[in-house]
Design a protein around this ligand. Structure first.
Ligand code: DGL
Length: 278
């Protein structure tokens, strides 16, 4: 890959639609930048896939966004952040282009829980892949060695969102069941992280069934604020992110279906283009 300093949009990647909940907040906090969103809808969900596959798919997506000129890529997917980010940052980036950056969503989220929790007992909802990786546990206890972390995988939540059932009665059933299962692990959990970018679409129901007094941490605003702070601290990177205020959407699956679903996440009409990323 050509190592001349790239200049272009901020790349935002997710396995499917979930990353749009992060992108929406980024565009609210940093509307001046151009964004290029890539959803690997043809191969979603990632949450039930092996470490090796999530890594391979995520690396392909990063290379694709780099080839499109993105100097900075945000993995707006917890599963990809949990299973692929570290390898890409440490092993691949130095060879691909050491001047570009790939950032994830777990670290910025974890940095906020210290401010919220009084008991230091943190619950995490995520895909099976994110929960099995132990990434939240590792990152939280790095920052707060005395904290205790309780994870619970919610394999039905992503399909509920992807199939537009997040407002239906099936969602009530699974949200209540999974909240009960998480809280049954420990009576002192006072902060619960929604560790999957799809889950904000279930926020109404999660808020309805979560007992009062428990903080629910959704990531969009946190990741957007953290990106703004990153760009303030790295003006050399900020100057490489173009500022036309545009947003393009790429999907590996049917662009019309993507556009229809994406508008549910973004609250505005979306047009999408199909891309092959293999
Ligand atoms: N949105 C992804 C995440 O944040 C998960 C969706 C999937 O399973 O592909 O983990």
């Amino acid at each position: 890959m050509n190592n001349e300093l790239s200049v272009g949009p901020i790349g935002v990647f997710d396995s499917g639609f979930g990353g749009l909940s992060i992108l929406r907040e980024m565009r609210r906090v940093l509307p001046q930048y151009d964004y290029l969103f890539l959803g690997d809808n043809a191969r979603a969900p990632y949450g039930v896939r092996s470490f090796e596959l999530v890594y391979q798919f995520t690396l392909q997506a990063v290379k694709h966004l780099f080839a499109a000129g993105c100097p900075l890529v945000i993995l707006a997917c917890n599963t990809a952040s949990a299973k692929a980010l570290r390898s890409i940052q440490q092993r691949d980036l130095p060879q691909l282009d050491a001047t570009r950056r790939v950032l994830g969503v777990i670290r910025p989220t974890v940095e906020r829980v210290g401010e919220l929790s009084r008991t230091g007992h943190i619950g995490v909802f995520g895909t099976p892949g994110t929960i099995q990786s132990g990434s939240y546990d590792i990152e939280i206890t790095k920052l707060h060695p005395s904290f205790k972390v309780f994870g619970h995988a919610c394999p039905m939540w992503v399909p509920l969102v992807e199939y537009r059932e997040s407002d239906g009665p099936g969602a009530d059933y699974f949200v209540r069941k999974d909240i009960n299962a998480l809280l049954a692990q420990d009576p002192d959990i006072d902060t619960v992280i929604l560790g999957c970018t799809h889950y904000p679409l279930l926020l109404d129901k999660i808020s309805r069934y979560m007992p009062a007094g428990i903080h629910i941490v959704a990531q969009g605003g946190i990741v957007a604020e953290s990106l703004a702070e990153y760009l303030r601290r790295h003006p050399e990177m900020a100057s490489r992110c173009t500022t036309g205020g545009t947003c393009r959407y790429l999907t590996t699956d049917d662009p019309d279906r993507f556009a229809e679903m994406a508008s549910v996440f973004t609250g505005e009409p979306v047009t999408a283009e199909r891309e092959q990323i293999v």
